[in-house]
Design a protein around this ligand. Structure first.
Ligand code: GLN
Length: 498
């Protein structure tokens, strides 16, 4: 039984199907692991009773002849997805004790596919952060080195998967929050094209950027989860894409036109933006990424030099647009309808002020201030409007690049995971660390992170792959082929494996 937590989603699915193990056994094993490793800080809520009930139901369905791939497979959710049966905090004091009257579409889709939800995972407050240190419920530790951050904002998701507490988890990515923690914790994650997964029931941060996606150990597992998560939700999310649901596992091994068995990536042009490999990229991360690129060529891919000239502008543009949207989205937390309300106040304005002062953490307040400022009369044209124009140019740069290549590759972050506390009081240092992920989000493109070796301190390094709109299949295929000849994705942090 001790190996259960080493099984990927695909392996678990096979074992469950073969009836070598029951969902109840798997769930019991993982619940006890989650309790043993509670000090990691990854779970905010462990739903033991609910999970066992779902597992029993899954086992019963299997006995009745059902065999959907995720039936009985345990997962956990980033705590920004609202859930009717579990509390939702979004990592904020503002939502302490909040219980949603409905369940997010993505969570519902996974549950409909038979997945068992173990609980809710820690994250930066309202998904604002790069190290998970902005959570009102304490920092999450990186299982590879518990003195370091797991990345953010989906830090609890990444740490839980890396520590083998769950085989897969949901995450959200507004400017890198699936890809960067995946890289920092040595797991695989994909942020789909904006609009592929419904935002209904995702606590809103920056609505034109927010996107849900899976985090797991392998590309195959991400494909399994994404197939359930994605799909149109036109009535409930106005930005949901009207593209039919598809099974992303079917294309993982599908040969490319002209490819051969030993060169499955033959014909694939991999673009390397020169702006992703310049000053600022640490030598250890660069070395691992270069070695991974060589492995892509061994699989038959060709490397092409490209340019994304406005990469540096993605930081100011994102840190204008995202706070602008956040300041509007977070105005709903006023003590009237949801969550926290100050205990003592004199009048309505005083109630708003005290509630928001008490309920929001420093980073959230900073973003509300910045967002309100850039949207205010007299500054709107200079900041917000200008940022929107540059956002369009950034998206155009990608389209120009995709004339020369099929996927874009590079590092996910300039360094490996930093030490807890190192950047906790330095917001700009956190913002700068997002340099390689923000532009993809601004353009609404799909991006993924996959384990590609180790750097300083023995910490994992991620390889980023970015595809054109709705090319998730190409990204997952490329990543899956890479994972057939590499074993970085199988490596786990010593203390948490076997
Ligand atoms: N680190 C970025 C931020 O703080 C991205 C966060 C995210 O993708 N949710 O905004």
């Amino acid at each position: 039984m001790s190996v259960i937590h080493e099984w990927s989603v695909a392996e678990l699915s096979r074992q469950l199907r073969a009836k070598a193990v029951s969902s109840v056994e798997v769930v019991q094993h993982l619940l006890s692991r989650a309790q043993t490793h509670a000090a990691l800080g990854s779970f905010l809520h462990l739903d033991s009773d609910g999970a066992l009930m779902q597992a029993k139901a899954a086992d019963a369905q299997r006995s009745a002849g059902e065999s959907r791939p995720l039936l009985g497979v345990p997962i956990a959710h980033k705590d920004v997805f609202v859930t009717r049966d579990m509390p939702t905090t979004a990592g904020s004091k503002m939502l302490a004790g909040y219980q949603s009257p409905f369940t997010a579409t993505v969570v519902q889709h996974l549950s409909d596919a038979g997945a068992v939800s173990l609980g809710k995972l820690n994250c930066d407050e309202f998904a604002m952060g790069s190290g998970n240190e902005n959570s009102a419920y304490g920092a999450v530790k990186n299982p590879w080195d518990t003195r370091r951050v797991p990345g953010g904002s989906s830090g609890g998701s990444a740490a839980a998967v890396a520590a083998r507490l769950v085989p897969a988890a949901t995450g959200t990515d507004t400017g890198g929050s699936i890809r960067q923690p995946a890289a920092f914790c040595g797991i695989t994650g994909i942020k789909p094209t904006y609009g592929l997964c419904s935002r209904y029931g995702m606590v809103a941060f920056a609505s034109s950027l927010d996107q849900a996606g899976p985090m797991a150990r392998t590309a195959e597992d991400c494909a399994l989860l994404l197939s359930a998560m994605a799909g149109p939700d036109l009535d409930r999310d106005a930005t949901s894409l009207d593209v039919p649901k598809r099974d992303f596992t079917l294309t993982l091994d599908q040969p490319r036109v002209g490819a051969t068995a030993d060169k499955p990536l033959k014909g694939l042009r991999v673009g390397l933006p020169k702006e992703f490999f310049g000053a600022g990229l640490s030598t250890d991360v660069n070395a691992a990424v270069q070695a991974a690129l060589q492995q892509l060529t061994e699989l038959g891919a060709t490397l092409v030099d490209i340019s994304l000239p406005r990469t540096a502008l993605s930081i100011p543009v994102y840190y204008i647009i995202a706070p602008a949207e956040a300041s509007s989205n977070l105005s709903r937390f006023d003590g009237v309808r949801y969550g926290h309300r100050a205990a003592h106040y004199s009048d309505l304005i005083d109630m708003y002020q005290k509630t928001r002062t008490e309920g929001f953490g420093d980073e959230v307040k900073r973003r509300i201030l910045i967002g309100t400022y850039v949207l205010s009369h007299g500054y709107y044209d200079a900041y917000y409007l200008q940022a929107q124009k540059i956002r369009r140019l950034i998206a155009n740069d990608f389209q120009a690049a995709f004339q020369q290549c099929d996927v874009i590759a590079g590092p996910v972050a300039p360094t490996v995971a930093w030490h807890l506390g190192d950047k906790a009081n330095d917001p700009v240092a956190n913002y700068l660390a997002d340099i390689f992920t923000l532009s993809t989000s601004l353009a609404g493109l799909p991006g993924m992170s996959l384990p590609a070796g180790f750097g300083e301190g023995g910490m994992p390094v991620g390889l980023q792959l970015v595809g054109n709109y709705l090319k998730e299949d190409e990204l997952l295929h490329t990543a899956h082929q890479f994972q057939q000849i590499t074993s970085w994705h199988n490596a786990g942090p010593k203390e948490f494996v076997l």
